[in-house]
Every structure is written in C-alpha cells, then in structure tokens.
Design a protein around this ligand. Structure first.
Ligand code: C5P
Length: 403
C-alpha cells in the first residue's frame, strides 16, 4: 500500500491503450490511492464511463460544463487536492493542446489550470510519435517540468512496429510512486554520482573538453534522491541547475573529480555517468600561449587521466556495494561495453550509442543497453529522466536483494 492517502487525477484520453488505464485504476486503488478519473470525449469512445466509475469508485468527470454544479469552477478545483495529474494514454492531440495552452475541454482546461506535477504516458502511432510536431511539443512540455513514462517499443495497434506503445501499467505505477515521493526504498543509502564533462586546461584560457551535457547524470542523481538516497553529485562544468536536496560538488578536471569522489566515500552505490577526459595536457602553460608569427601551431603533450570508475570499483574496504559505469560508444556498443565491464571491475555498465546522428549527448532521450555478469538487457528509447528513474529502481532492487 505505497500510495495510501494520495490523490491522483487520472486523465484518460482517446487512444486504444485506454483499456490499460482501467487496470491502472485498479492497481492505484490496490495501493491505497484515491483516483479522480477524467475521460475526454475521445477517451469515452474507447472505455465506458460506467467501467471507469465502477473501477475508481468515483464520479467520472467528462465535460467542462457539467462541473458547474457546485461553484462553477470545477475544472479549477478538481486538481487542487491532487498530488499528481496522470495522463494515460496521453495522445498526440492532448499533448499538442498542453504545449500550446489550449483549454477547450475539461482535460485540457484542468491541465492548464493546475500547478500540480503532471506525468504523461504517451500512446500513439509510430509516425505520430516521431513527427517533429509531437517531438517539439514534448520537448516544450518537458522543459516546463512535465514528466513522462514511455512509450515502449513494440507491436502497435495499427499493425506497425516501433515506438509509441503506452508504457506497461507496472511501469506507470512505479513512475507514479516515484513522482509522489512515496517510494523511499533508498532511505539511508548513500549514493555518489559523477556527471558532465571534464575540462582539462591547455593554458589559463583554453581547455580540452567534450560534448557531455550532464543531463543523464543529473537525472540519475535526482532519481536516486527521489527514492530517498543521500546523494553527492560531483559535476563537471554543465549548463544545468543544481538538482535540489543533495550535495553538489563542482569540479573542472578529472583529477579534481577523482579527489571529490574519494572524499565522498564511503557510499553504498556509485554511478559514474561523467564523460571524463581520457587525457590531460601534461604541463598546462601558466600564461596564455601566444600565436606564433610564422603560423606554426604548438604541439600538446598529453598524459592519461586517472580512471575514476576503475578507482572506485577496485577491491578494498571502501569499495561501494554497487558500482555502475557508462559506456558511450559510436561503434561496437555491446562488445566494447562488455570489455569495459571486465576492465574496470564495475558491477553494471549502461551502454549508450553516442553517434552524432542520434543526438544523444545534447538531446533529452537515450537508448541504452544494460550489461552485467548475467548478460545484456535492452531498454527502448526513452527520456533521460526515465532512464534515470528505471536505473534508480534497478539499483534499489539490487541493493535490497543483496545481489
Ligand atoms: O573508458 P571509458 O571512458 O569509455 O569508460 C566510460 C566509463 O568510465 C564512464 O562510466 C565514465 O564515467 C568512467 N570514466 C571515469 N574516469 C575516466 C574515464 C572514464 O570514471 N578517466
């Protein structure tokens, strides 16, 4: 009963996956939540108000103007007591309305008139999902803090195969628990996360860097925090706000990152998501290196940086119980990641393809494979936040099962 006393407004829009939302209502109530269902006109073509009312035990809110029976401001009041607004299935149409601030029915008016956290479970045809309009709307909603679970990849109701299938009910439920902050399975657990690039100075002005945005690492720190962990986030230079509720240590170089990581020990779990520079300039110049008149460029002498992941994963009394590394590859993803798992001595590698065409470094989405001693698990493309939430839940499972 993880959701006792929680009020969830569940908006069911018009998608074939609406039938799964009936099961979601049942599962939410099993966990003690009160579900206030809202059915859009299209949603009512897929599931009946009677089924929704019977399963939720609540009045089904369907029409903007039928809510005028008390104060005439039903759409304003409906979300006030809510802990979370869940849209499942979230259609391309409803997401477009949200992105543009339209409010021509109860669901869209409610979403616009609410200051509560919102979780979307998108569900649609592959082409609709991949359409630049949908992706732009989604990016806009994410930038406003709207959370997302799914979609999954697989066979779609339209007969096509690909991204667009609504996330499984268990995953939506887990995301709801995370967003309600009730799932404190990592309370008392200390976690260390490295994130972002490192900058290695050439002289006081110039440096060697890489394209890491820190989005994935920061999201992991936040996901672990949401599950109750005490998190130390060690971040290279990124353009992201510090996630709340944790210690954030800002560093520039790999050497500083290693020192900060060692100082943060002991921890139960370490996640090395930072894109640490493999090399640094052996002796950075004290003054800005001048351009030569003859046009000859300077030669940089490089030496290897310490490997923070290998360092943390090395056997010893301070080794965290779980050490997770990342493998950013542009080719041979799985083979390279497997080799890395063995070479670095960590327990789990999250492998992602960072080929420029996929836009992983700067983007909000990630498609990862998880590699450990047992084998390879492929996760569908999802937001970096969702990768983080899933990974945090997996970490919690591993730590609590003692594996
Ligand atoms: O060897 P490679 O850089 O591809 O390994 C990637 C993994 O190792 C990531 O988890 C990264 O954070 C970690 N790493 C590190 N210190 C380094 C290089 C990589 O912690 N110097």
């Amino acid at each position: 009963m993880t959701l006792v006393g929680k009020q969830i407004v569940l908006i069911i829009a018009g998608g074939i996956a609406a039938y799964k939302s009936l099961d979601l209502i049942r599962r939410l109530r099993d966990q003690g939540a009160v579900v206030q269902p809202v059915l859009t006109r299209a949603g009512a073509q897929f599931v009946t108000p009677l089924s929704v009312a019977a399963l939720s035990g609540q009045k089904v809110h369907e029409d903007l103007f039928s809510l005028t029976d008390d104060t005439g401001m039903g759409h304003i009041h409906l979300s006030r007591a809510a802990d979370l607004l869940v849209v499942a299935p979230a259609t391309a149409d409803l997401m477009a309305k949200m992105a543009h601030g339209l409010a021509d029915d109860l669901a869209s008016a409610l979403l616009l008139a609410s200051d509560k956290p919102i979780l979307l479970a998108p569900s649609m045809n592959l082409m609709m999902w991949n359409h630049p309009a949908t992706q732009a709307n989604l990016a806009c909603l994410r930038s406003r803090g709207v959370a997302q679970v799914g979609p999954a990849s697989g066979d779609l109701a339209c007969g096509e195969t690909g991204d667009g299938r609504m996330a499984e009910v268990a995953d939506i439920l887990a995301a709801i628990e995370t967003h309600c902050g009730v799932s404190q399975v990592l309370a008392g657990v200390r976690a260390l996360v490295t994130s972002g690039p490192t900058f290695e100075p050439i002289d006081p002005v110039r440096y060697i860097a890489n394209r890491s945005s820190g989005k994935q690492g920061h999201a992991i720190a936040q996901a672990l925090r949401q599950l109750g962990a005490a998190v130390t986030l060690i971040s290279g230079p990124v353009g992201l706000a510090d996630p709340p509720g944790m210690q954030v240590i800002k560093v520039e170089t790999a050497a500083e990152m290693l020192a900060a990581a060692q100082a943060a020990l002991p921890v139960e779990v370490a996640v090395c998501a930072a894109a640490v520079a493999d090399w640094r300039v052996t002796e950075p110049a004290r003054e800005k290196t001048k351009k030569r008149e003859d046009g000859v460029a300077p030669t940089l002498s490089l030496c290897a940086n310490p490997d923070i992941l290998a360092n943390l994963a090395a056997k010893g009394p301070l080794r965290p119980r779980l050490v997770v590394g990342f493998a950013a590859e542009t080719e041979g993803l799985i083979a390279n990641a497997k080799a890395k798992l063995a070479r670095k001595g960590c327990d789990l590698i999250v492998a992602n393809d960072v080929s420029p065409a996929l836009g992983t470094f700067a983007g909000d989405d990630n498609r990862v494979h998880l590699i450990d001693g047992q084998g390879v698990e492929e996760w569908p493309s999802m937001s970096k936040i969702e990768v983080a939430n899933r990974l945090a839940r997996l970490i919690a499972q591993r730590l609590t099962s003692g594996a």
